[in-house]
Design a protein around this ligand. Structure first.
Ligand SMILES: Cc1ncc(COP(=O)(O)O)c(C=O)c1O
Length: 436
């Protein structure tokens, strides 16, 4: 544990008075107005003007025909996965998932909510390794996956930390194999991507698209999510499923399994108050990213990269990756870790501990799904092909695993858009001291 009283590296630096968060909600006042409006009008339910408004405004902003507001991004991902499953393989019985016995190619370095819906629908996630240019799904590994499992018809892809992945290539591969794409834009609302020369928003790049308004996202409703589509039929279906699949009968009549996934009009009020500030939040997050990039440029590390010509991230989280030869020893168990300090070097856990000692919140890069205990028996595909079973007592090396490498050497830096420049400078200084 880092002790600020005895560790001479941190002498003269004061802890923050109040905690600096990784990414916390930033309220502006309009949120209260729309919440109050809902209460005064007694639209305290899963119908109301706030819901209608946020659906209209987000569809307009993102550039899609329909947006269906739901209780969470996870709910949107679940219903998107179910829609894809039904389209590809037909309707399932009420007690079975639509993906029974089917493989689905999934982003590996992402939050588990992206891909858990594949399991909800009884499918098997096959994890696709990550590329180094944007830290997203590697098109090369995806090509390999189609060589190994050519019958696969569905891809679930997330844009990590608000940085668009290589969508042009991935959409082409999907098309060549007749596969559908579920786009998880939970972390990337407002990020732009140049697709075939045209700038478009993330959240319009898949066959089914999802966003999140979770408390840590670029704008928030405390919770909430949306399903985005150009298909009237899909939007209607998601609306129906999310409200317990009621039929147009005078009594409760059900032809299909339903879910209680619709958003609350109160939560929608918060989101309605946040939407006008989306661009402002993005600009603040970008300034944070640029400030870290400049302030850390003399250290042996790099920032999370993006394609400067073909994408404009929303810069939701700023991250860094320590150079291999500047990595001090660090090992992680399932729930604990050990590291050693070495002069001129550091490690993610050491930096995270130092930040925590100063009351600032960072986080390791998301642990890849193929390394998660729950998914350890699932296939993992790299540029080399099968990424499982690559270790050998008699041969050195263990094969490519970009995700594991990002997890080992990378960390997410405090990226709260309420952080002042002075506070960020102190964080930059703390990181420098870790390398002393
Ligand atoms: C990539 C990704 N997908 C899905 C989700 C789930 O969204 P929600 O928390 O709104 O259910 C999150 C974050 O929460 C996420 O970061």
């Amino acid at each position: 544990m880092i002790d600020l009283m005895t560790d001479s590296r941190f002498q003269g630096l004061e802890p923050f008075e109040s905690r600096i968060w990784l990414s916390s909600p930033t309220m502006h006042g309009d949120e209260q107005r729309w919440v109050d409006d809902a209460i005064q009008m007694n639209w305290v339910s899963t119908v109301g003007r706030n819901i209608d408004e946020i659906e209209r405004q987000i569809a307009e902003y993102v550039g899609c025909r329909y947006a269906v507001a739901l209780s969470a991004g996870t709910a949107a991902l679940h219903l998107a996965t179910k829609l894809a499953g039904e389209r590809l393989f037909g309707q399932a019985k009420p007690n079975a998932g639509t993906l029974q016995g089917r493989k689905v190619f999934c982003s590996d370095v992402t939050f588990d909510a992206s891909i858990n819906p594949v399991a909800y629908e009884d499918g098997e996630a096959v994890f696709i390794d990550t590329e180094r240019d944007t830290w997203n799904m590697d098109p090369e590994a995806l090509r390999k996956a189609f060589e190994i499992y050519p019958d696969t018809k569905l891809i679930v892809l997330a844009h990590l930390y608000g940085t668009p992945g290589k969508m042009e290539e991935i959409r082409k591969i999907a098309k060549d194999h007749g596969a559908l794409i579920i786009e998880d834009a939970a972390e990337s609302l407002g990020a732009k991507y140049r697709l075939n020369g045209q700038w478009v928003e993330t959240g319009t790049l898949g066959d089914y698209n999802c966003i999140s308004f979770n408390g840590n996202k670029i704008i928030t409703g405390s919770a909430g999510g949306m399903f985005l589509t150009d298909s009237r039929e899909d939007a209607d279906k998601v609306r129906k499923w999310s409200t317990q699949s009621r039929e147009a009968a005078p009594w409760y009549q059900h032809e299909e399994i339903g879910y209680n996934y619709r958003i609350s009009n109160i939560v929608a009020g918060i989101i309605r108050g946040q939407i006008p500030y989306l661009e402002e939040h993005i600009a603040q997050k970008k300034a944070i990213y640029e400030r870290y990039k400049e302030g850390l440029k003399d250290l042996p590390l790099t920032m999370n990269p993006y394609d400067e010509n073909n994408s404009e991230p929303n810069f939701w989280l700023s991250c860094c990756l320590i150079d291999e030869d500047a990595m001090a020893p660090m090992v992680r168990g399932e729930q604990d870790y050990l590291y050693k300090s070495e002069s001129g070097k550091s490690s993610p856990q050491e930096i995270l501990e130092a930040l925590a000692a100063f009351k600032a919140e960072g986080r390791p890069v998301w642990k890849p799904m193929h390394m998660q205990p729950i998914y350890r028996t699932h296939p993992f595909i790299t540029e080399e092909g099968n990424g499982r079973g690559k270790t050998n007592a008699y041969i050195k090396g263990s094969g490519i695993d970009v995700g594991a490498d990002l997890f080992r050497r990378g960390l997410c830096l405090p990226s709260d858009n309420k952080m002042t420049e002075e506070q960020q400078d102190r964080i930059i200084e703390i990181i420098h001291r870790c390398f002393l």
